[in-house]
Design a protein around this ligand. Structure first.
Ligand code: FPP
Length: 256
């Protein structure tokens, strides 16, 4: 980020949690360009991206954030070269093997969103293991969007609702916003208060289209592997100054 603060102090005073978001979502973009700039293969950018992801989780824990969602692999990412897709699957495997015990010890609850279809069986099992191991934890909820695409998620939810109607378990007139929300992969999770996308791109890229209806978007002009605590804190400072209206005419403080 160009105008990052020079000190590494937290964005908010320790005693001021009133403008702290409950749920932050990240589009971790720019791994490939980070690597290209250094004359490295794209995969090196993803490896460096995992380090950045670890630091981001650590900072979220320090901030006592409630929900952190990370867009790790999209349903559109299958169209990338097979070697790159395989490398990302490998990083996921290694991440679960090396970090699950520590995250569990830190009371982190892992939730996976996205389709389990088409995933290598062992990757699907690693994701299930991460969810099962941490399901009773009560600290940070870490939502990993893997093989996730919002249109796919909404289509799957619509199919399930249609099946319930066909089976006589649901009336068409009972399909309202909460019925749809309850069928999404994110059922039971609050919507993100803030979405951070790195790399300078200003797009949603099929990420949480339903859930981001009233989310504050913050775009940070650094590649994901370079995203650091200071950038995270700067984003929190920007969020704290936003006035969220949720469709109302009165601007309110960004209290969530
Ligand atoms: C976006 O950068 C990043 C991805 C598509 C993959 C992100 C994956 C990880 C950080 C690692 C895997 C996840 C876990 C949970 C261990 P890009 O490749 O689109 O970058 P570019 O826009 O510069 O090409």
């Amino acid at each position: 980020m160009h105008d990052a603060p020079s000190s590494s102090s937290l964005a908010l005073p320790d005693n001021d949690q009133s403008t702290m978001p409950h749920h932050i979502a990240f589009i971790m973009d720019g791994n490939g360009r980070w690597a290209q700039q250094r004359g490295l293969p794209r995969i090196a950018g993803h490896k460096a991206g995992v380090e950045s992801l670890r630091k981001t989780i650590a900072h979220a824990l320090k901030l006592q954030l409630k929900y952190l969602t990370l867009f790790s692999f999209s349903s559109e990412n299958w169209s990338r070269p097979a070697a790159e897709v395989d490398a990302i699957m490998g990083l996921l495997r290694r991440f679960v093997k090396s970090d699950l015990a520590e995250l569990n010890a830190k009371n982190v609850r892992i939730r996976i969103i996205g389709s389990r279809q088409n995933l290598p069986l062992d990757v699907a099992n690693y994701l299930m293991e991460a969810e099962n191991t941490t399901q009773a934890n009560t600290g940070l909820t870490l939502v990993v969007a893997f093989n996730y695409g919002s249109r796919d998620e909404i289509s799957r939810a619509a199919q399930r609702l249609a099946e319930k109607v066909a089976a006589g378990q649901l009336k068409p007139q009972d399909i309202n916003e909460s019925a749809v929300s309850a069928e999404l992969d994110t059922a039971g999770l609050p919507d993100p208060d803030m979405l951070i996308r790195t790399s300078g791109e200003h797009r949603l890229s099929n990420f949480l289209l339903w859930q981001n209806a009233y989310t504050e978007f913050i775009f940070i002009d650094v590649f994901w592997p370079d995203f650091c605590e200071e950038d995270f804190d700067k984003a929190l400072q920007i969020f704290a100054k936003r006035h969220r209206r949720f469709g109302n005419i009165c601007a309110t403080k960004s209290v969530v």
